[in-house]
Design a binder for this molecule. Sequence first.
Ligand code: PEP
Length: 251
Amino acid sequence: MARRKFVAGNWKLNLTIAEGTALVQGLAKALADKPTTAEVAVCPVALALNAVAQAAKGSPIGVGAQNIHWEEKGAFTGELSATLIKDAGATYVILGHSERRQYFGETDATVNKRLGAALKAGLVPIVCIGETLAERQGGKLEQVLSTQIKGALAGFTAEQLKTLVVAYEPVWAIGTGVTATTAQAQETHAFVRSVLRQVVGGLADEIRIQYGGSVKPDNAKEILSQPDVDGALVGGASLKVADFAAIIAGA
Ligand code: PEP
């Protein structure tokens, strides 16, 4: 079954409300001038989510959050629930990004809880996985990815995971300017799909697996042309209309 390419921008801790709004308006104009068959989303800081979602209305650009808490409400100071994020205009949510794993103690178990909350609220989850350079060089790539996938998806049925998107992001390629080679990306994506097949059976052929890690206009087309690469999760290059639009065109 053909999987529709999906390109999402992770704005991380960047852009004010005004800057984010202007960026999405610029992107909407670029996509109106050069329409794409790909699904497109941007993930601003939570504070800008509502304004960016309003500004994206009428365009093909969806909006996502960069994280959610698993609890619905209560005494959880500083957290945001899936329902609140959805109410603010989000369709998607990034879960388990390596920066959250590295700096904020995210684990496969907490990703799993957040995934439950996202699915319950009807958000499309983008679950991030990826190995460090030491893990890849130490021959642990498959073990690490398999553990992350199985840990994140534990306890959910294929039926529940119908909307799941997985982002394979080698940690050594995020924000470093170093990209996995096309062959490394395809080989690893095929492995990720094989693990997904163990977990959700035939649904694995429908789950989009995005590549993330220094995707730029000049490398996007080649990476995105690989059979198991179904899109991209883009950090730095999603902060400029021209670059992000060029990456989308490469999809
Ligand atoms: C990311 O943060 O998901 C990412 C892939 O960042 P960059 O494109 O900047 O490497």
